[in-house]
Design a protein around this ligand. Structure first.
Ligand code: 21W
Length: 238
């Protein structure tokens, strides 16, 4: 089978579009202009644009928040600017995702799932969060990155973008991708060492210097299991 057939049949879709809606667009300068995400953007595999929610207001003060009906502390994001922004940015195939503490907890399986969409619109939470009508009528999904309290959804959006981008076809080299697959079997990684074999009296385990590849493979599996049992027993029952 020729290379031409291969690439035709494996149906690799190139270029993902990600739009981000946030009150803090300046936070996104830096993390997404470095490393692998930078390369993905430069090679055209990722088309990323960050939009300021305030640009979708119409009043003089660019108001994006208001008090909750029924009382209580804090402010909520008003629905109008968010609906207007999503109406203007979303297209037929857009997946609209809220970054919100009450969302599904983001993990590697969700990252893989998100690579299947050609357009993501990430809407960052701020203040006490969203008016429920945004959740109910505008969003396709909601994501949290874990059980800790952040100031807003910008860092979570960057975490999602980073994790999804490196999974897009063509973003990692063949080497990196293959390595990645071999480590996604649910255990923590075994210990790694590089030269020197003796650094300030701290020695690399003898087996790794032995050249016995069967022994090395066995040692690595044992170490990975031991580590996982000690540090992440939750991974063993999945
Ligand atoms: C933090 C908004 C707390 C609202 C108890 C019940 C997006 C986030 C965010 C923020 C509250 C994510 C309250 C992990 C995060 C985010 C800002 C709610 C009142 N307390 N993933 N209700 N952690 N955070 N506070 O904080 O928008 S994804």
């Amino acid at each position: 089978m020729t290379a031409w057939h291969e690439s035709t049949l494996t149906e690799r879709r190139y270029k993902m579009k990600i739009d981000v809606l946030t009150l803090f667009p300046a936070m996104f300068a830096g993390p997404l202009d470095e490393s692998i995400v930078k390369r993905a953007r430069e090679t055209g595999l990722l088309d990323l644009k960050v939009h300021n929610l305030r640009d979708y207001t119409h009043d003089r003060h660019k108001t994006v928040d208001d008090k909750p009906f029924g009382g209580g502390p804090g402010m909520l994001l008003k629905p109008e600017p968010i609906f207007e922004a999503v109406d203007s940015l979303a297209r037929e195939k857009t997946r609209v995702i809220l970054l919100t503490p009450g969302g599904r907890t983001f993990d590697q399986a969700i990252a893989r799932e998100l690579t299947q969409y050609e357009h993501l619109l990430l809407v960052c939470g701020s203040y006490e969060g969203f008016d429920e009508r945004v959740r109910e009528h505008l969003a396709d999904d909601g994501l949290s990155i874990g059980d800790y309290v952040l100031t807003n959804g910008a860092l979570p959006a960057m975490v999602v973008i980073d994790a999804v981008t490196r999974l897009l076809p063509g973003v990692l080299g063949d080497d990196e991708s293959a390595r990645d697959e071999s480590f996604s079997h649910g255990w923590l990684e075994y210990p790694h060492y590089t030269r020197p074999a003796d650094f300030r009296g701290m020695k690399v385990p003898e087996v790794l210097l032995s050249g016995n590849h069967a022994e090395i493979a066995k040692w690595r599996v044992e170490q990975a299991k031991k580590r996982t049992k000690e540090r992440r027993p939750d991974l063993l029952n999945e």
